[in-house]
Design a binder for this molecule. Structure first.
Ligand code: PBG
Length: 324
């Protein structure tokens, strides 16, 4: 008698029970742009639906987020004045520092993560200080460490260096410890590619380099094994969590990093990924809810423990409603 190999009958109840991947709102991180000023909430043209908030308006954004169950935010600062050294990044009264104080006071249960980088703060838009027209690694690392300490003192629970300088995780850890900030965690952008998918962000943050590109310090999209080396170095230097960025086009990288990493792994679904979906949805060409749910699911299946996404508020609701 022929024995027909059987597989589970795929009723909705069985599908729900045997899922290999499950999402939770607690894994979501929502990026927020903070700009100088008072009473400002402004649209970001390149990212429909996303806004820039002045520090005093930030608690209102947090209120909306906590209502939908998003408890983790990632802050980016847009200072009024930029200079060669990006000194606004570590100013005691810098935009991010102000927002942290406002937010922390009102929402102590929210997890505050800060992007540690200089590109939003430098007049030339590069992620570090320059020497002979190129980013000078070592002096930059010192400024980044100072920035991380300043953000942690203002209330950051986690600092997330995204500059891609060598040795910055170790320097940040040492500086935090020296300042007594031993509980501040480091989420390293360990695996960050030089990607065209950051296009809408650079408009949002006004951080397009005035000349050249970031290929000298960000990773080459041709390489996947290099991601393992970057991860190993950052973990050795004290990273508590690492991330891969961008998200969807780099699922293979995310998978290998997950397999090799002893620490939790995040995926950053970047501005270009958001705006592509948004634009197609606005045209009626894609079903936004289904596409966002599927993209999030694929990132989690590939290995993401943490998901950083501009769709976090909507996604949290869709997860809760069992849409994914
Ligand atoms: C800062 C930084 C960037 C992003 C996160 N941190 C921009 C860049 O490297 O050019 C991109 C995020 C996004 O596109 O959503 N260095």
């Amino acid at each position: 008698m022929l024995v027909r190999p059987r597989r589970l009958r795929r009723t909705a109840a069985i599908r729900a029970m045997v899922r290999e991947t499950r999402l939770s709102p607690s894994m979501l991180v929502y990026p927020v742009f903070i700009r100088e000023g008072r009473g400002v909430v402004e649209d970001i043209d390149s990212m429909p639906g996303q806004k820039r908030y002045s520090p005093d308006e930030f608690p209102r954004a947090l209120e909306r987020l906590s209502k939908v169950g998003v408890d983790n935010v990632l802050l980016f600062g847009l200072p009024e004045h930029k200079d060669e050294e990006g000194s606004g990044a570590h100013a005691e009264n810098g935009v991010v520092q102000q927002a942290l104080r406002e937010g922390k006071k009102r929402f102590p249960r929210i997890l505050f993560i800060t992007d540690v980088c200089l590109c939003e703060y430098t007049s030339h838009g590069h992620c570090g200080v320059l020497k002979d027209g190129a980013v000078d690694n070592d002096p930059t690392v010192g400024i980044l460490a100072q920035t991380a300490v300043s953000q942690a003192l203002a209330g950051a629970d986690v600092v997330a260096p995204s500059d891609m300088m060598d040795g910055r995780v170790g320097a940040i850890r040492a500086a935090l410890d020296k300042a007594g900030l031993t509980d501040t965690a480091i989420l390293s952008y360990a695996v960050k590619y030089a990607s065209a998918f950051y296009g809408p962000f650079r408009e949002a943050a006004g951080s397009t380099p005035a000349f050249g590109d970031r290929k000298g310090y960000q990773m080459d999209p041709h390489n996947a094994r290099e991601a393992l080396r970057e991860t190993a170095l950052d973990v050795a230097e004290g990273a508590d969590m690492v991330m891969v960025k961008p998200g969807l086009p780099y699922l293979d990288v995310l998978r290998v990093v997950k397999e090799a990493s002893p620490v939790p792994v995040g995926a950053y679904c970047v501005s270009g990924e958001y705006s592509m979906i948004k634009a197609a949805a606005m045209k009626g060409w894609l079903d936004e809810e289904r596409v966002v749910c599927e993209a999030a699911l694929c990132l989690a299946r590939a290995g993401a423990d943490i998901l950083i996404t501009y769709h976090a508020p909507e996604l949290a609701g869709w997860i809760r409603d069992g849409k994914v």
